[in-house]
Design a binder for this molecule. Structure first.
Ligand code: FMN
Length: 364
């Protein structure tokens, strides 16, 4: 059981915020795919939210923060560098359906770091501590836990997180998520398990004593169920957060949970089941955000879903691929056309190996 503050999660498996991807529709899809015991995803998070946007009621911020009764438990992630504004944002989140409030201390994008938000906070630790203190105070009346998501540090040779995490805990953070890369690494290279392990050790040393437990959540490069088990084994982290792996494999939480419980990895969903997952995702986007959004998203998302489609082998033993489906969905002019392409694919059509450098190659 993973407990953050007073909130116990069903599993130690979390869906990461991925700006532009982990919207309400996708979170509900991930939640709906569960193991034989009815469990899979333990906590999902919104994408990063601007507290100013939420407080002003900007339509785009409200869309990003949208949640509902089925989307629980849910973390709402705030970014910024102004403690008072972040605290007001935390109150907004508490009053609009958040189960947990998270502070973004890992985003490497200029637009965010230029305003002292995201991973810039790793370079101005006093402000990071002030933000946590202000948000914790603001959330106290609501009894909501506060968490921080960070990278190992800004520079490769300055492992700030192992030093900063205990200070954030003293200021009121109740869990630390650590993406095992530095800011300068962005998304390159592989995740550093040893860096995550050092943060786990530092937090463990700091939080000694009965009843004192602040979980560290490991994050980065979990693409297969074995990766999650391996991350916990190698780093000692209490839970695992999964981002990009879930974009292609929304059933990954179920698979991780099953493996962690000694039941092995369940059989991969059939093509029919995968297409049903895509139908559900598309229908939910249409319901929550309307046609223009759903059409734009499905055209982008088909590449991610495509990584797990068309894996049946042709007569030469190569995966058949789904290139024709990707192209058809990208060119579809209406929801009805998208649905029809899904159905043609489920019936065995719209296959095709990927084209790379003008040459046809098998999909991954
Ligand atoms: C396109 C993209 C958008 C992201 N947006 C956010 C975000 O809004 N907030 C955040 O904390 N992390 C964000 N991340 C980082 C992920 O949450 C995660 O830490 C990172 O991708 C490593 O985990 P993964 O290998 O499981 O994807 C983003 C990553 C990507 C690739």
């Amino acid at each position: 059981m993973l407990t953050i503050g007073g909130t116990t999660l069903a599993t130690p498996l979390l869906l990461a915020p991925i700006a532009g991807y982990c919207d309400l529709a996708f979170r509900l899809v991930c939640r709906s795919i569960v193991d034989v015991d009815g469990k899979g995803l333990g906590l999902a998070c919104t994408d990063l939210l601007s507290p100013q946007g939420l407080l002003r009621g900007t339509a785009s911020s409200l869309d990003l923060a949208r949640t509902n009764d089925q989307d629980k438990p849910v973390g709402m992630q705030l970014y910024g560098g102004l403690p008072e504004v972040m605290a007001e944002g935390a109150i907004w989140a508490a009053e609009h359906g958040a189960t947990i409030v998270d502070i973004n201390m890992g985003c490497p994008v200029d637009k965010v770091t230029k305003k002292d938000g995201g991973s810039k906070l790793l370079c101005i630790p006093d402000i990071a501590v002030q933000i946590v203190r202000a948000c914790r105070r603001a959330l106290e009346p609501y009894g909501l836990p506060l968490t921080c998501k960070m990278r190992l540090g800004w520079f490769d040779d300055q492992p700030v997180a192992e030093w900063l995490a205990p200070r954030l805990i003293d200021a009121g953070a109740q869990a630390i998520t650590i993406h095992g890369r530095t800011t300068v690494q962005k998304f390159m290279g592989t995740v550093r398990h040893e860096g995550i392990a050092r943060v786990v050790e530092a937090v463990g040393r700091h939080c000694k004593g009965p009843g004192v437990s602040v979980p560290v959540i490991g994050n980065g490069d979990v693409r297969e169920p074995q990766d999650a088990v391996e991350m916990m084994r190698r780093t000692g982290c209490a839970a695992v957060m999964i981002g990009r792996g879930a974009l292609s494999t929304p059933w990954l939480f179920r698979d991780c949970w099953s493996l962690m419980n000694g039941r092995g990895v369940p059989p991969e969903p059939t093509t029919r089941e995968k297409i049903d997952i895509m139908h559900r995702y598309f229908d939910l986007m249409l319901e929550f955000r309307g046609e223009p959004y759903a059409m734009t998203q499905i055209r982008r998302r088909i590449s991610w879903f495509g990584k797990r489609l068309g894996r049946e082998l042709d007569e030469k033993g190569r995966p058949m691929g789904c290139r024709a489906l990707r192209e058809a969905v990208r060119e579809a002019g209406s929801p009805a056309e998208v649905r029809e392409h899904f159905e043609v694919f489920a019936a065995g059509g719209l296959r095709g190996a990927e084209v790379e450098g003008g040459r046809e190659v098998a999909a991954e």
